[in-house]
Design a protein around this ligand. Sequence first.
Ligand code: NAD
Length: 431
Amino acid sequence: MTHQNRGSLPSPLELEWNTPMYRLAVDQLDATAERMGLDPNVWERLRTPQRAHVVSFPFRRDDYDTVETVFGYRVQHLLTMGPTKGGIRYDLDVNLGEVTALAIWMTWKCAIMAIPFGGAKGGVRIDPKTLSQGERQRITRRYTSEIVEVIGPDRDIPAPDLGTNALTMAWIMDTYSQHKGHAVPGVVTGKPIEIGGSYGRAEATGRGVVSCAVEACKLAGFTFEGSKVVVQGYGEVGATVAKLAHSLGARVVAVSDVKGGLHAEKGLDIAGVNEWMHEHGTLTGYPHADAVTNEELLELPCDVLVPAAIQNQITARNAGRLRCRLLVEGANGPTDLEADAVLADRGILVIPDILANAGGVTVSYFEWLQGLSQFFWTEEEVNTKLITLMQRAFREVLQVSQSKGVPMRTAALMRGIERVKEAKRVRGVFP
Ligand code: NAD
């Protein structure tokens, strides 16, 4: 099989599956597999998920009389390595193709970090910002009931993602436990400390992104300390990146949320921004910075640009106008293939999502381990082990990149695909 003559998708998949994000994940796989000379039997298996669950269910609005139908998904890409693992997102754009692409990326992420999980992802197509806490809780509990047979501590373990958080995980854990008749904290990670969560989980993805940024700066010949940083997205990942970057002596000159961004060339006072965010629930209106749009923010001159919001932000449309030296991907799928080529031509080093944002799944793995052994680590132990694994993964991917003369994204994909291929080879085909 070659990149050019690969089979088209089976027709039922054309509907919801064949979306831009799914095509991006498969195109990345195809281009890398071709370059690696990957066994076509393995290659074909990796293009589609092993299991994909689509559910629809009702939820009652707070007015009691209104009942709406919503759609939910849980996709398990690869069951070869161990249980599957991946976040759950609440967003209006969630669809089967998006969730499948994210599940595929989770597979590579776990393999790059040498964590014994396959990739999964889930989501519900709702806008969480328009829902009350009670409505979000009812949706979460009903969604969990719909997928209760496919998740579990040794089956498939959800975690937070876009639009969900530790509280969402607590509701999932509680609902799953009610179904099973006993407490099952290991069914989710990213849960609150009180029910077996891990110290350092909430900040883990951002911490991993920053550790990659530090390594990438060394590679590019300057220090992260004193560098100029721009962050898109101010949620669990973006706000942590801004906070840690600031604490390491970088100058965070711009940040944004869905409504727009803030820019201050002398550097933002991150504690002040956080206080404003806490009080107002948005960055908009913060008085000590200029307002910028999300588009303008991405094109600001800086050393390190961290997209940490949503997918498809850097494309052929704006890749030529980026003025960063390094692009470190906090979000999943922020850069498309055409943009990758433009950035490579322009000499902008890209640290890909499947490496840069793997800190979250790494500490999720730590949380799962701590739960299994019922022995809990200190925050310092968690952070130290996380940095050790992130630096190891960075070195290994860099080694592939340098020895094969390929960009870091291709090298990361090669590393992930190679590990999965070897596991598939030794397990063989059943029956
Ligand atoms: P979050 O919901 O906590 O925050 C998302 C942020 O992005 C918010 O500030 C939101 O206002 C902003 N945003 C949303 N839509 C936007 C838009 N159209 N333009 C600009 N900003 C927008 O989510 P998160 O957990 O921080 O996740 C952010 C990204 O990181 C996602 O791509 C997610 O898949 C990825 N990621 C998260 C984790 C994790 O552990 N949370 C792990 C790996 C990858």
